[in-house]
Design a protein around this ligand. Structure first.
Ligand code: PLP
Length: 533
């Protein structure tokens, strides 16, 4: 392992240390989602073009002894659902339907009969009963509320995620609805861009985008356990963030969680999360790929539900970040979306979210996707460069972007499909490039993680080569909170990284604690900052 890779606890810190408001009128008119009571009226709901009921200005407060779950139950009594979803084999060529193999989401199944990946397929014909405007208005009406479960950015799209789950079974921390940040200064100063945005998926319950998928997976497990299915606990292999999300959601629902972590390869902030949330943590002397291999073997023998992104349920939650981006742009489509990729589930989730919005008439096109990899763990990049000829797994080397240190990505087929169908591009970032990009972004007021540094490096390269234009509306997906990766920033700013110039390091200045010394350094600093300097 490189000397600087993932600093151990003992290496410590010793060296130092708008979105425009919506026009309020006219009030949106949209029908409530039309759930029909199973026992009463089996006829389909009125088509959306019929005059909907106006919404009342304020609703009465719920009874004092009722919580928001009870309230949701009272408002949506037992109903049969108009919408449904099932597992089908992931098919990279939809024009060739090879089998009619499918599974209920209530089955415990991770792979197709042939050993391939599964996908969650929605009943698109049923969803198409409603037009794009209906869905846009419905989703917009749920943003920023506390109504269970729609206050969540994921569950505000429930009909497109897990339509059949009972609201009472949902395990949610009101995740999603994350900031889409206009990177004004960074865009202008470093890239000459005026329409650059960072989707801060890491400003979230456990500090990464993994919450979006984990709320879906753990909710489904909660449902399975209530159905007395044989699920004693939920397990995952993780490069840090998945285990944090899994343990938090399981803890919230009282479900045991088991996590397999590669010893000494994840940040302390990541490691402490499952520990604090009461997970059973196994620290293994192997890398992520080794942990993944082991958890798959173990979950085929024991009643432990597999929570890795091999499990397509998680991608259903993650895809809502793409829908949210469109929503935050008032349903205008950005030109580019750049996503850092490791196991490669997320790039497919983004594709799926955008594609569903197009298919269901919310938008008329999808953005071009860019997947950004660390050069030290770049199997997708090499595959792309070879013209998508024979994929080869690689031995992933240590990288500051430790959560994407994956050489044999589970979702390779999904990623290739997403990129081919979005006129996509793959880029890579060396350690120095990603750390410099992170430091420059931080110097403009962000505090990003190294994975976001990888995505920014891809952007820098594509801007330099002119592929991305200076007025192109571009979204960089920030996948984790920078506070989870402070050790890498400390190493950089103290210039303690072997073979790295750390060009943008900003170490603290040690000064004698007397007035003259302090004045001296301050005067020199102010002079260096004065406009005429
Ligand atoms: C912070 C962060 N960024 C990016 C990724 C990559 O996502 P995926 O494995 O879906 O490609 C991960 C996954 O572990 C992550 O934790």
């Amino acid at each position: 392992m490189m000397a600087y890779t993932c600093s151990s606890p003992s290496s410590s810190t010793s060296s130092f240390f708008s979105i425009k408001p919506k026009t309020p009128s006219p009030k949106p008119h949209f029908p409530k989602p039309h759930f029909i009571k199973a026992s009463t009226n089996p006829s389909p709901p009125p088509p959306p073009q019929q005059q909907p009921k106006p919404i009342s200005v304020s609703k009465p407060r719920r009874p004092l002894d009722e919580n928001i779950r009870d309230e949701a139950r009272r408002n949506n009594p037992t109903y049969s659902h108009l919408f449904s979803a099932k597992y089908v084999p992931f098919n990279p060529d939809p024009s060739h339907q090879t089998s009619d193999e499918s599974y209920s989401l209530d089955e415990i199944v991770y792979r197709s009969r042939s050993g391939g990946l599964l996908d969650v397929e929605h009943d698109i014909a049923a969803l198409k009963t409603y037009d794009g405007k209906y869905w846009r208005d419905l989703f917009d009406s749920r943003v920023g509320k506390t109504t269970w479960p729609y206050g969540s950015g994921v569950w505000s799209k429930k009909e497109w995620v897990l339509p059949e789950i009972d609201d009472a079974d949902i395990v949610s921390a009101f995740e999603g609805n994350s900031n889409l940040f206009w990177a004004e200064r960074y865009g202008k100063q470093f890239l000459g861009m005026n329409d650059l945005w960072v989707k801060h998926c890491g400003i979230s319950h456990t500090g990464s985008f993994k919450d979006l998928g984990m709320t879906v997976l753990v909710s489904q497990v909660n449902r399975l356990r209530k159905m007395n299915r044989p699920v004693v606990g939920v397990g995952c292999a993780s490069t840090g963030d998945t285990s944090a999300a899994l343990s938090a959601y399981c803890a919230s629902a009282g479900i045991p969680s088991i996590v397999f972590l590669p010893a000494n390869r994840i940040s302390i902030a990541q490691l402490v999360q499952p520990i604090a949330n009461g997970a059973f943590v196994l620290s293994l002397d192997t890398d992520f790929d080794g942990c993944m291999h082991l958890i798959r073997e173990v979950t085929s023998e024991l009643p432990i539900y597999l929570a890795n992104s091999l499990n397509s349920l998680r991608l259903e939650g993650q895809k809502t970040a793409a829908i949210e981006i469109l929503q935050q742009f008032d349903w205008q489509v950005p030109d580019w979306v750049i996503v850092p990729g490791g196991n490669l589930g997320n790039i497919y989730a983004f594709y799926k979210g955008f594609h569903m919005c197009k298919e269901l008439g919310l938008v008329d096109r999808i953005p071009r996707l860019v997947c950004a990899q660390a050069a030290n763990a770049n199997p997708l990049y090499l595959h792309y460069k070879s013209g998508w000829k024979d994929f080869k797994a690689v031995k992933a080397n240590a990288t500051f972007a430790s959560a994407i240190q994956i050489g044999d990505p589970v979702s390779i087929d999904r990623a290739v499909y997403a990129l081919k169908n979005s006129n996509g591009i793959v880029e890579e970032a060396t350690e120095e490039e990603l750390m410099d990009a992170m430091a420059e972004a931080d110097s403009t007021g962000m505090f990003i993680c190294p994975h976001t540094g990888v995505a920014l490096t891809a952007l820098i390269k594509l801007r330099k080569s002119g592929v991305i234009g200076k007025t192109d509306r571009t979204v960089v997906v920030s996948t984790a909170h920078g506070l989870k990766f402070t050790q890498s920033k400390i190493d950089y700013h103290s210039k303690e990284i072997k073979d790295m110039a750390c060009r943008f390091a900003n170490p603290p200045v040690h000064v004698k604690a007397d007035f003259a010394s302090v004045m001296d350094v301050l005067q020199r600093y102010l002079l260096s900052k004065s406009p005429n300097h």
